[in-house]
Design a protein around this ligand. Structure first.
Ligand code: ADP
Ligand code: MG
Length: 694
């Protein structure tokens, strides 16, 4: 574990400090000295004697006092020498701002490996390389080469791009938000995002952790860590970019439907991470969570002095899964007594253009006191007699009296910067639009629901593991290979997912005999190692109900397939005809996280519909239930318009069993059950088609 004092060093050396104001080594030193850091700062440079009125040491070994952390900004080729000096000096904490590592290719990669070896041998922890450095606002240490001194706040930002610091800075200037720590990971060669997030979990100044990530260093660690951290404080992630591993062409529906980004999103959902799609969302969401008490329910009230923003906010609430709070009669009576008769005393409360700050104050108190209100959005449009400063003061004074989150959307913020200072001082977040404020509530509500959910274990079933093993290894072909048709269904059967009874016939008469055994009506399918989607070859006929139909289907099917130039035909498979709605269940092995489990509307149009949901195995019962609820067509399964509701219990169990199969057999690369037929309640599910890639 990264030690908790890494970012609060008691003294530091700046190796590569420079007297030339155009060099990073100058700017870095200047930022440290100007930021207000109180302890020892030792510039190191063999060619300089004094920089910014500080004595300079030729080598880190020459510094007579203890050195807690070394910031390194020397050219790439000098890095290893410097690290050896640090090792000799017993310095264990290094921030490698220097570039010239993995990011430049082969030569740099070798240097990075060498650096890691040295770190290993000497018990050093290294931030970077190729990073911007870090900021600890608590001890006023700006150890970056980006200028601007931050007001201390309680949001931590971990970023794989140093440029995010500038983004945050711009936003902080506008809103008054501030951070506890900023950590630029650079190449994250030694200290990874998980190391920093773990440390921030225990950092008292940090109330909210935000992260900008382009990739994840260790998916499994990240997943378990994130689930634990987000129980302690909100963890928000802006994930960008796609990793190269995801670009490999897929051979299954699941493979192509479960992209890298979708898998990341699934992990975020399962671990309580609040995902942001843009930097604005990252900051907006964290600002609300960092400054206001948590929502205890989802009922939001709106107070405004202009109709439009009230409507916009109401629309946003309706679209986001929050509720527009309903006021008690007592509240409505009290509101009527203080506001203009032509205003609206129900939610959204419209005080109209005649609103005064005193009116706002009384209405705020009344609305916040209503037990049916969990959170409040105060909108103000600078118009009519309204006193912006007075109203802002009223919000700042009234809101802390109630343990409920209050967000503001005071428009005209640029014209009224001084009037709104009181909001910043009292940590009432002022959002730039009603939608963004509601979005902030939505993120907060998601976090509330996560905290309210109990931790569930993954479900385990007993099943015939040996039978699965035998079928998986039954084959001398080299990997990767495909298992389809009957053996694939046998694997499902062994794991406890019901399948349509099936047998293979190699001529028409055998097919007729088998059909009689299975019982009419039956389905006939071509069995050939060369065919992926049988329907496309005329290789599936359903609803065969007589011997004549079977003979005819056999001839046509074989002829069809041969016409397409397929020569390897093992025969035809006969299956009992099953009923139910067609869904797809699938697995895809992900290099980072293990197996993704997919669910969606299935059949031959699965990829056209793209109506799917994803989670990463192992699944809990709640994960499986959420997957089923999440798809757009859920209503069709639940029984829309008088249709019989489908057996969702059996479907849930199939998902859980599939998740367990994935955990037990990591060699499964991809798997499609398409379709699984879900019959009505009590009648279970039937897998009729399955393919695995091993
Ligand atoms: P492929 O996906 O290779 O084209 P499938 O075995 O999935 O072949 O069959 C295609 C379609 O035929 C299925 O989506 C389903 O609608 C129908 N079907 C296949 N087998 C059965 C069965 N046993 N009972 C009912 N319908 C079936
Ligand atoms: Mg199919």
């Amino acid at each position: 574990m990264l030690d908790k004092d890494f970012f609060t060093p008691a003294s530091l050396a700046v190796i590569g400090a420079s007297g030339n104001p155009e060099k990073l080594g100058y700017v870095l030193l200047q930022n440290i000295l100007e930021g207000g850091y109180q302890w020892g700062v030792y510039p190191v440079n063999p060619k300089e004697r004094e920089i910014l009125s500080r004595p300079v040491y030729a080598n880190v070994r020459d510094i007579p006092d203890p050195v807690d952390l070394a910031l390194v900004v020397v050219p790439g080729q000098a890095v290893m020498g410097v690290l050896q000096d640090c090792a000799a000096r017993g310095i264990k904490r290094i921030v490698m701002i220097s570039a010239g590592f993995k990011e430049i290719g082969e030569a740099g990669l070798e240097r990075e490996r060498e650096m890691l070896r040295l770190a290993e041998e000497n018990g050093m922890r290294i931030l970077g390389p190729n990073c911007l450095g870090f900021i600890d606002a608590g001890i006023k240490l700006n150890a970056t080469f980006a200028s601007g001194v931050h007001e201390a706040g309680n949001i931590a930002l971990v970023a794989q791009s140093g440029a995010m610091r500038q983004s945050f800075w711009d936003w902080a200037q506008m809103t008054g938000g501030g951070f506890s720590k900023f950590v630029s990971l650079g190449n994250a060669a030694n200290i990874t995002e998980s190391d920093v997030i773990e440390m921030l979990r225990d950092d008292e100044q940090t109330q909210v952790i935000t992260a900008y990530l382009e990739g994840i260093s260790d998916g499994r660690r990240f997943r378990s860590l994130a689930a634990a951290v987000s129980r302690v404080k909100p963890l928000l992630v802006l994930k960008v970019g796609r990793s190269a591993a995801g670009s490999r062409a897929s051979v299954s529906h699941t493979g192509s439907l479960a992209g890298d980004n979708e898998i990341h999103e699934a992990v975020f959902r399962q671990t309580g991470i609040i995902q942001a799609q843009t930097p604005e969302q990252l900051f907006d969401y964290s600002y609300g969570l960092a400054t206001q008490p948590l929502l205890r329910g989802d009922r939001i009230a709106i107070i405004t002095n202009a109709g439009g923003p009230g409507v916009m906010a109401s629309d946003a609430i309706a679209a986001s899964g929050l509720q527009l709070a309903k006021f008690s009669e007592a509240t409505v009576d009290q509101l009527r007594a203080v506001m203009p008769s032509f205003g609206s005393s129900s939610n959204p409360v419209d005080l109209t253009g005649g609103a005064t700050d005193e009116m706002y104050r009384q209405v705020l108190e009344t609305v916040l006191a209503d037990d049916g209100v969990d959170g409040l959005l105060v909108v103000l449009c600078p118009q009519g007699p309204v006193n912006v400063a007075g109203t802002a003061a009223a919000v700042a004074e009234v809101s802390p009296q109630f343990d409920k989150p209050v967000f503001a959307n005071f428009m005209g913020a640029l014209d009224h910067d001084a009037d709104l200072a009181v909001l910043r001082e009292h940590s009432v977040p002022n959002y730039l639009s009603p939608e963004r404020a509601v979005d902030g509530f939505t993120a907060m509500n998601r976090y509330r629901r996560w905290l309210e959910m109990e931790v569930e274990p993954a479900v385990k079933f007993d099943y015939d593991r040996t039978a699965v093993e035998q079928t998986l290894h039954n084959d001398s072909q080299s990997e990767p290979r495909v298992i389809a048709g009957q053996p694939a269904l046998q694997i499902l059967e062994a794991v406890g997912i019901p399948t349509a009874r099936a047998s293979l016939a190699t001529d028409a008469e055998a097919a007729v005999r088998l059909a009689a055994e299975i019982g009419y009506p039956v389905v006939m399918k071509i069995e050939s190692p060369d065919i992926v989607h049988k329907t496309e070859f005329g290789g599936v006929v359903v609803g065969l109900d007589s011997t004549e139909a079977i003979r005819a289907a056999y001839e046509t099917m074989v002829a069809n397939v041969q016409k397409h130039g397929v020569s390897r035909i093992d025969g035809v498979m006969l299956q009992k005809m099953a009923t139910g709605r067609e869904v797809i269940l699938g697995l895809k092995r992900d290099a980072q996280y293990g197996h993704a489990v997919l669910f969606g509307i299935g059949g031959i149009y699965a990829e056209v519909m793209k109506d799917v949901s994803l989670r990463v195995a192992p699944l809990t019962r709640r994960d499986a239930a959420d997957m089923i609820h999440e798809i757009r067509s859920y209503a069709l399964l639940a029984g829309a318009r008088g249709a019989e509701p489908a057996d969702l219990e059996a479907l849930t169990e199939s998902l859980l069993r599939l998740s367990q199969l994935a955990g037990d057999f990591p060699q499964i690369r991809e798997l499609d059950i398409n379709p699984l037929l879900v019959a009505k309640i009590g009648e279970g599910v039937t897998a009729v088609d399955c393919r695995l890639v091993i």
